[in-house]
Design a binder for this molecule. Structure first.
Ligand code: PEP
Length: 214
């Protein structure tokens, strides 16, 4: 059985003050769960996450160089990141990320020992370049992101089973889009839902904890 993975994607929210409070709360919480979790804050707070599993929301595919404003995989490793979100729909929409760019970032992340959490909006975005790789896939339909209208468990299972046919049994497939403390357990009950990518609901540490333990 694949260990379920719960990912907090803070997007461009929470500065270091809020991040420090969130971390303190999590460090003092008794988390009784056989699930894995990881928090992906903005780059500016990654250094605070010493004992809490953490990952980045993005990275560049090149090792170094003249790429103003970008961050490399080696830099994320130095900060103790274990995961990196790649190809989030907001990056595809606002920053022009294509399947080719996603494939390049995945290759670089893997070469540095980071596990990519590759976001896809449809089965078609699970391209051949992603098959056979040690990655996590997150299915996130755009109509569900930040809208309060999560996919039904049946819809998620239907799409996940199609993705499963492409990537095989060893890849975790997460669902993302308006996940809440209320709908998390019914989504997680689906056989091909191996975890959740949580945006808005992950900003409140109490709600995120409920989702981890649901
Ligand atoms: C996301 O950030 O990937 C996401 C799914 O956001 P939300 O949970 O707010 O819909």
């Amino acid at each position: 059985m694949l260990t379920p993975l719960l990912v907090a994607n803070w997007k461009m929210n929470h500065g270091i003050t809020e991040a420090a409070e969130f971390i303190q709360f999590l460090e003092n919480a008794e988390i009784s769960s056989d699930r894995e979790f990881v928090v992906c804050p903005p780059f500016t707070s990654l250094h605070l996450f010493k004992n809490i599993p953490h990952g980045a929301q993005n990275m560049h595919w090149e090792e170094s160089g003249a790429f103003t404003g970008e961050v490399s995989a080696a830099m994320l490793k130095e900060l103790g990141c274990t995961y990196v979100i790649i190809g989030h729909s907001e990056r595809r929409q606002h920053f022009g990320e294509t399947d080719d760019i996603v494939a390049k970032k995945v290759a670089t992340a893997l070469a540095h020992g980071l596990t990519p959490i590759v976001c896809v909006r449809s089965v078609d975005e699970v391209t051949p370049a992603l098959v056979g790789k040690e990655i996590v896939i997150a299915y996130e339909p755009v109509w569900a992101i930040g809208t309060g209208k999560a996919a039904t468990p049946e819809h998620a299972q239907d799409i996940h089973s199609q993705i499963r046919k492409r990537v095989g049994d060893t890849v975790r497939i997460l669902y993302g889009g308006s996940v809440s403390a209320e709908n998390a357990s019914s989504l997680m009950a689906q056989p091909d839902v191996n975890g959740l990518l949580v945006g808005g609901a992950s900003l409140d540490v109490n709600i995120f904890l409920k989702i981890i333990q649901s």
